[in-house]
Design a protein around this ligand. Structure first.
Ligand code: MOS
Length: 720
């Protein structure tokens, strides 16, 4: 393995372990010692209504109510290119939880008391709550190649199935929180828990209607993101900035866990209808209809949809393809970025369809898959190219060697009639690395390295440490190229007032894209190195030459420069008396290119894989008939712990990417993407291969019981 892969102690390890890290909620005063006012949001309690009036109790001195009338600039939060989400509601509220206003004042409890006494008068409007009834597309894509219509018309048979996936809540340890401090020189200093400091700045500047240089944004120590702190912080930061501007004082708003679970953005629930044409035992065409529940506002749904669409056919290449994808508006909490970003939903659909097609043809599920695996040089679904080797065949072999897949699969295929029934399932997945389509190219992000006269080097970039190791791996790359000790290279939490815009911390791009800019900058600095001098080197992104430039309107070209790959297997045991399913073991083989720190990468693989298994098996979130999310605590939204997966193994296969640092590719999201499909396949096999179709996530005890009942009924036995 490359020497860069050797693990080091993470730079944020000590302060986090010692409890010394300062999160946004830990500040006892503003930077200049002024007291911090507390802001709490007035959330809408109906899914869709006209707000007729807000009746406030008498406000004690020093307390204030802030709403849309106080917004000096645009009342819409800019998120990349979308800005439909209001800072505070316009005339109507569109989901339960939408911010109507904010109560601000010095004492927490007094703020809560006032909030509790506010009365909002609504004129109710009919909400759309069900994705199946949603008709308004906030973003739509339609593309394909070949002649799928002809292939379907000439098919011997057509398999058509529907797949449904639910919410997933990020469940980061630290809830959402932001703070704004008006500074003496008239600037607004905004800081808090986030992944993308520059996106927050874009939003706050437009909301305050001020100049770009009048705002600077710092990412505070952040207790987890998983995508949940990509766009949401732009909303919360805008709200506290408006309040701070009005109060001319520092204002902080930190969500409590209940608020966070109920009102922060989630993973898009989805409804996919996939169709496959078969002729002479071969797949001749696939048709993918993808629907994502965008919730009440677009936020980043357009980008999530693009990634889902560009991942629609999973790891396969078919002769004819049609993809229709739509993100649809409902009056529920907005859905947004979550690790995998549209990938897990479509990979679930595609992998389940492959399993079921193989069963229909009486073929082995894996052998069937192998016939259609993409190879280097093949076209992608958007008619770009897979430019680099696709190591999936080797990865499947590695997986088998690690868990005895074939042997177990054959053993569990025999009829099982006892109380405990076992199954094993496999899924293959890809994750396009970096921002989808044109974003990386068009925005031309950059970094700087600053060398101080004493020889210390500072990384000036905007990517956030959210537990994934950026504060360590960025300096590690620079130290490696300069041949100096890691202690000599620092990477502070980014403040947009002093660092370069290296783009969002998203899309598994930080290490692969920004890390490569750092590597190149470090090489140049090494070449120019002059002892005792202050020196700076800047490096900007340019699209690699091999890339087939993406055309966003036609949705054609390389949606991503390269992909990460995974093959994973889950072994499960179903208790046919209780309907409970236990995961016996889970093995994942991941190709995320060269690990720039092996422990960090393994940590990412294990965490992401487990998160994917939670998504598949236990994380269930639902709203009631009024559109209110029913799970607002960790006692009724369950996430997996180490105890839920006693044997979890992750292995790395390294396919080096020439344009990533030392061959590194995107690692953050890949481990989550295929887990759910493998889990579903395992449970399906345990239940008895031919009779069942588990096409909905999460797979609950009730789902398993229903399948078991169905089985008994069809066998002519009495139900339990
Ligand atoms: Mo994001 S889901 O952190 O691209």
């Amino acid at each position: 393995m490359n020497t860069i892969s050797r693990s080091v102690v993470k730079k944020d390890h000590e302060p986090k372990i010692r409890g010394e890290s300062v999160f946004v909620n830990d500040y006892t005063a503003a930077g200049d010692a002024r007291p911090i006012l507390t802001g709490k949001l007035l959330h809408a309690s109906v899914a869709r209504a006209k707000v007729l009036s807000v009746e406030l109790p008498e406000l004690p001195e020093g307390y204030c109510y802030v709403d849309a009338r106080d917004v000096p600039g645009s009342n819409h939060v800019l998120m990349i290119t979308w800005n439909d989400l209001p800072v505070f509601c316009d005339e109507t509220v569109e989901y339960i939880g939408e911010a109507i206003g904010m109560v601000v004042g010095p004492d927490d409890q007094e703020v809560s008391r006032i909030l509790g006494e506010i009365k909002v008068n609504y004129e109710p409007l009919d909400p759309v709550l069900d994705l199946r009834e949603a008709t308004e597309a906030v973003r739509e894509r339609d593309f394909g190649y070949g002649d799928p219509e002809k292939a379907f018309a000439e098919a011997d048979s057509v398999i058509e199935e529907e797949f449904e996936t639910g919410y997933q809540e990020h469940a980061y340890l630290e809830p959402q929180g932001f703070m704004a401090e008006p500074e003496e020189d008239g600037k607004m200093f905004v800081h808090g828990s986030c992944q993308c400091a520059y996106s927050v700045q874009d939003a706050v500047v437009s909301v305050l209607g001020c100049k770009y240089r009048d705002v600077h944004v710092l990412q505070d120590v952040t207790g987890g993101g998983f995508g949940g702190k990509e766009a949401f912080p732009s909303l919360l930061a805008s709200q506290v900035a408006v309040a701070a501007q009005k109060m001319k004082a520092p204002v902080r708003c930190v969500y409590d866990r209940k608020e966070d679970l109920a009102y922060s953005f989630k993973r898009h629930p989805s409804l996919c209808r996939y169709k496959m044409a078969l002729k002479d035992g071969k797949v001749t065409a696939v048709d993918c209809d993808i629907r994502l529940n965008a919730g009440a506002y677009c936020t980043l749904s357009g980008l999530v949809l693009d990634r889902a669409a560009a991942t629609a056919a999973g790891v396969y290449s078919f002769p004819n393809l049609h993809v229709h994808a739509a993100a649809l508006k409902t009056n529920t909490v907005p859905n947004d970025a979550y690790r995998g970003f549209g990938g897990p939903q479509v990979i679930f659909a595609m992998e389940r369809l492959m399993d079921h097609a193989a069963k229909t043809l009486g073929a082995d599920e894996v052998a069937f898959r192998r016939q259609y695996l993409v190879k280097q040089g093949d076209r992608t679904v958007t008619e770009g190219r897979h430019h680099f080797p696709v190591p999936l065949p080797e990865m499947i072999d590695m997986l088998d060697a690690a868990c005895g897949y074939w042997e177990k699969h054959a053993a569990y295929a025999k009829p099982q009639n006892g109380r405990f029934r076992r199954g094993i399932g496999m899924a293959l997945a890809r994750h396009g690395d970096g921002l989808t389509g044109t974003t990386e190219r068009d925005l031309g992000f950059s970094i700087r390295l600053r060398k101080h006269p004493d020889g210390r080097v500072e990384v000036l970039a905007a990517n956030a440490e959210i537990g994934q190791g950026t504060r360590t791996t960025f300096p590690k790359i620079v130290a490696h190229e300069l041949g100096i000790p890691l202690e000599k290279v620092s990477y502070q939490h980014p403040d947009t007032g002093r660092v370069e815009n290296s783009g969002p911390t998203s899309a598994s791009r930080s290490l692969m894209i920004v890390g490569e800019l750092l590597r190149r900058a470090a090489i140049r600095l090494r070449e120019q190195w002059a002892d005792g001098e202050e020196q700076e080197v800047r490096e900007s992104y340019t699209e690699p030459d091999f890339v087939i430039s993406f055309d966003l309107d036609k949705f054609r070209g390389d949606a991503f420069p390269t992909d990460s790959w995974s093959a994973c297997a889950v072994e499960a045991e179903v208790d046919s008396f209780t309907g409970n399913t236990e995961i016996l073991s889970a093995v994942g083989v991941f190709d995320v290119g060269t690990p720039v720190d092996e422990n960090i990468v393994i940590g990412q693989m294990e965490g992401g894989f487990l998160q994917g298994l939670g998504y598949a098996s236990m994380e269930q979130m639902a709203y009631d008939g009024t559109g209110r999310i029913r799970n607002n605590s960790f006692s009724d939204y369950l996430i997996p712990t180490a105890a839920d997966v006693p044997k979890l193994k992750t292995l790395l296969h390294v396919e080096e990417y020439p344009d990533g640092p030392y061959g590194a590719k995107g690692a953050g999201e890949m481990p989550l993407v295929g887990a759910a499909a493998a889990y579903a396949a395992a449970v399906e096999q345990a239940l008895g291969t031919d009779k069942h179709r588990l096409n909905r996530l999460p797979i609950t005890v009730e789902d398993v019981m229903k399948e078991l009942y169905r089985e008994e009924e069809s066998d002519g036995h009495d139900s339990i």
